[in-house]
Design a protein around this ligand. Structure first.
Ligand code: CO
Length: 135
Protein backbone atom coordinates (compact mmCIF):
# COMPACT_ATOMS: atom_id res chain seq x y z
CA UNK A 1 0.00 0.00 0.00
CA UNK A 2 2.75 2.47 0.96
CA UNK A 3 5.73 2.39 -1.36
CA UNK A 4 8.18 4.15 0.94
CA UNK A 5 8.58 7.07 3.30
CA UNK A 6 8.45 10.24 1.23
CA UNK A 7 9.31 12.75 3.91
CA UNK A 8 9.13 13.67 7.55
CA UNK A 9 7.44 17.00 8.23
CA UNK A 10 8.97 19.22 10.91
CA UNK A 11 7.22 22.33 12.24
CA UNK A 12 9.55 25.31 12.69
CA UNK A 13 9.02 28.90 13.77
CA UNK A 14 11.19 30.21 10.94
CA UNK A 15 12.51 28.46 7.83
CA UNK A 16 15.63 30.59 7.53
CA UNK A 17 16.99 29.99 11.04
CA UNK A 18 15.98 26.32 10.74
CA UNK A 19 17.97 26.04 7.49
CA UNK A 20 21.11 26.98 9.39
CA UNK A 21 20.73 23.80 11.36
CA UNK A 22 19.51 21.41 8.68
CA UNK A 23 21.54 22.71 5.77
CA UNK A 24 24.67 24.13 7.37
CA UNK A 25 25.14 21.83 10.36
CA UNK A 26 23.49 18.65 9.11
CA UNK A 27 24.75 19.31 5.55
CA UNK A 28 21.52 18.39 3.84
CA UNK A 29 20.91 19.86 0.42
CA UNK A 30 17.98 22.23 0.03
CA UNK A 31 16.15 20.96 -3.04
CA UNK A 32 12.91 22.93 -3.04
CA UNK A 33 11.30 25.94 -1.44
CA UNK A 34 7.65 26.84 -1.87
CA UNK A 35 4.79 28.69 -0.24
CA UNK A 36 1.83 26.29 -0.22
CA UNK A 37 -1.10 28.64 0.42
CA UNK A 38 -3.64 25.85 0.54
CA UNK A 39 -1.85 24.41 3.56
CA UNK A 40 -0.87 27.78 5.02
CA UNK A 41 2.85 27.06 5.06
CA UNK A 42 6.18 28.17 3.74
CA UNK A 43 7.92 24.86 3.09
CA UNK A 44 11.47 23.72 2.39
CA UNK A 45 12.51 20.26 1.24
CA UNK A 46 15.93 18.89 2.07
CA UNK A 47 17.46 15.72 0.68
CA UNK A 48 18.38 12.92 3.03
CA UNK A 49 19.18 9.75 1.11
CA UNK A 50 16.08 8.74 -0.82
CA UNK A 51 13.80 10.68 1.51
CA UNK A 52 13.24 14.28 2.47
CA UNK A 53 12.86 16.45 5.49
CA UNK A 54 10.06 18.97 5.00
CA UNK A 55 10.43 22.09 7.10
CA UNK A 56 7.13 23.88 7.66
CA UNK A 57 6.76 27.47 8.79
CA UNK A 58 3.14 28.59 9.24
CA UNK A 59 1.98 31.63 7.25
CA UNK A 60 -0.14 32.64 10.26
CA UNK A 61 -1.13 31.41 13.72
CA UNK A 62 -4.53 30.45 12.35
CA UNK A 63 -3.30 27.50 10.26
CA UNK A 64 -2.88 23.82 11.18
CA UNK A 65 0.89 24.19 11.60
CA UNK A 66 0.43 27.50 13.45
CA UNK A 67 -1.91 25.82 15.92
CA UNK A 68 0.48 22.87 16.24
CA UNK A 69 3.36 25.22 17.12
CA UNK A 70 1.26 27.08 19.69
CA UNK A 71 0.34 23.81 21.36
CA UNK A 72 3.51 21.73 21.07
CA UNK A 73 6.31 24.05 19.98
CA UNK A 74 8.70 23.13 17.15
CA UNK A 75 9.19 19.47 16.32
CA UNK A 76 8.04 16.48 14.32
CA UNK A 77 4.68 17.20 12.74
CA UNK A 78 3.84 14.37 10.32
CA UNK A 79 5.09 11.33 8.47
CA UNK A 80 4.46 11.07 4.73
CA UNK A 81 4.28 7.88 2.68
CA UNK A 82 4.51 7.73 -1.08
CA UNK A 83 1.74 5.89 -2.87
CA UNK A 84 1.21 5.03 -6.54
CA UNK A 85 -2.49 5.83 -6.68
CA UNK A 86 -3.78 8.09 -3.96
CA UNK A 87 -7.44 7.78 -4.99
CA UNK A 88 -7.53 4.01 -4.68
CA UNK A 89 -5.43 4.09 -1.48
CA UNK A 90 -7.83 6.58 0.13
CA UNK A 91 -10.81 4.47 -0.93
CA UNK A 92 -9.23 1.33 0.47
CA UNK A 93 -8.38 3.02 3.79
CA UNK A 94 -11.88 4.52 4.05
CA UNK A 95 -13.44 1.10 3.49
CA UNK A 96 -11.12 -0.26 6.17
CA UNK A 97 -12.47 2.28 8.66
CA UNK A 98 -9.41 4.53 8.84
CA UNK A 99 -10.52 8.11 9.61
CA UNK A 100 -9.45 10.57 6.93
CA UNK A 101 -8.81 14.27 7.38
CA UNK A 102 -8.96 14.79 3.61
CA UNK A 103 -11.74 12.88 1.89
CA UNK A 104 -10.15 13.67 -1.44
CA UNK A 105 -6.60 14.62 -2.45
CA UNK A 106 -5.49 18.23 -2.57
CA UNK A 107 -2.45 19.95 -4.04
CA UNK A 108 0.71 19.80 -1.94
CA UNK A 109 4.31 20.81 -2.37
CA UNK A 110 5.76 20.40 -5.89
CA UNK A 111 2.25 19.87 -7.25
CA UNK A 112 1.95 16.45 -5.66
CA UNK A 113 -1.48 15.10 -4.81
CA UNK A 114 -1.64 14.70 -1.03
CA UNK A 115 -4.12 13.72 1.67
CA UNK A 116 -3.89 13.49 5.44
CA UNK A 117 -5.11 10.62 7.61
CA UNK A 118 -6.33 11.29 11.13
CA UNK A 119 -3.82 10.32 13.86
CA UNK A 120 -6.72 8.63 15.67
CA UNK A 121 -6.49 5.83 13.10
CA UNK A 122 -2.75 5.74 12.58
CA UNK A 123 -1.31 5.00 15.99
CA UNK A 124 -1.20 8.64 16.97
CA UNK A 125 0.97 9.71 14.02
CA UNK A 126 -0.39 12.41 11.72
CA UNK A 127 0.07 10.69 8.36
CA UNK A 128 0.20 12.14 4.86
CA UNK A 129 -0.13 10.23 1.61
CA UNK A 130 1.79 11.61 -1.37
CA UNK A 131 1.31 10.77 -5.02
CA UNK A 132 4.17 12.59 -6.72
CA UNK A 133 3.89 14.11 -10.16
CA UNK A 134 6.83 14.09 -12.52
CA UNK A 135 9.51 13.97 -9.86
CO1 CO B 1 4.26 16.84 4.20
Amino acid sequence: MFRRIDHVGVAVRGIDPALELWRERFQMQLVHREVVREQGVDAALLDVGENHIELLEPLSDDTPVGRFLAKHGPGMHHLAYQVDDIDSTLAELREGGIPLIDQRPRVGIRGARVAFLHPRGTGGVLTELVEPVGR
